[in-house]
Design a binder for this molecule. Structure first.
Ligand SMILES: C[S@@+](CC[C@H](N)C(=O)[O-])C[C@H]1O[C@@H](n2cnc3c(N)ncnc32)[C@H](O)[C@@H]1O
Length: 206
């Protein structure tokens, strides 16, 4: 998806570190703002009942999701992290502490979701291939048909931070090679700059 202009811009944007100096209502959010607009569009379109986020960090992204849910008057967020960094409290947010790739944490998440609820999942915790693949194997089960499994930071190695390979993109390819229920949604590349190229996976089959 990269062309001669985009690749240098990706590297320039990522290497500037500005993604660590981006805020939602005063809380740090480690995302590209263009991805946040995509999230808003997805939430408006789907109006999910539950958003599962693996990787809370300081909770800026979680608060962003809750703010959009407030505007839509619908939805709640379950956000998981291995570490408690005292993220912002909000009526729509439940924080869980645990290893997101463990069966035990997954069962805790799953037990708080009713079978008929529409679920969107965002994987944004440990970005190693092994961890992301393990999360995909677990959490894809929760994603409703027509909703998304979003794998964050597939830009790792493509083209930024190659020292961190194999990363999320490699997990996506392995997972998709074994699972025909999800497809990459190419329409999510429309802003050209995304931290999640090939990472917006649409569930197309039960
Ligand atoms: C990239 S940050 C999350 C960024 C956040 N979603 C945002 O957009 O601002 C990754 C987070 O994953 C957490 N993490 C790392 N390994 C984890 C694991 N095994 N289980 C759960 N969380 C983990 C880290 O503590 C860190 O807070």
């Amino acid at each position: 998806m990269h062309n001669d202009f985009i690749t240098p811009f990706y590297l320039h944007y990522y290497n500037s570190g500005v993604w660590g100096d981006t805020y939602w209502l005063g809380h740090r959010v480690l995302k590209c703002p263009l991805d946040m607009i995509l999230y808003q569009e997805i939430l408006f379109q789907l109006k999910p009942d539950v958003i599962v986020e693996c990787g809370t960090n300081e909770g800026g992204s979680t608060l962003f999701l809750a703010s959009i849910c407030d505007l839509l008057k619908h939805g709640r967020i379950i956000s998981v992290d291995i570490q408690d960094r005292k993220p912002p409290q909000h009526d729509r947010i439940t924080y869980l502490i645990g290893n997101s790739a463990s069966e035990e944490t997954f069962i805790r998440v799953r037990s708080s979701i009713a079978p008929e609820e529409k679920v969107l999942v965002i994987l944004d915790s440990d970005h190693s291939k092994k961890h992301v693949y393990q999360e995909m194997k677990l959490y894809h089960q929760l994603v409703s048909v027509g909703s998304y499994l979003i794998v964050e930071d597939t830009i790792i190695g493509h083209p930024v931070a190659p020292q961190l390979l194999p990363g999320p993109m490699e997990a996506v390819y392995q997972f998709l090679g074994e699972n025909d229920k999800f497809e990459i949604d190419p329409t999510k590349h429309k802003f050209h700059l995304t931290f999640n190229p090939n990472g917006y996976l649409l569930r197309v089959k039960e």
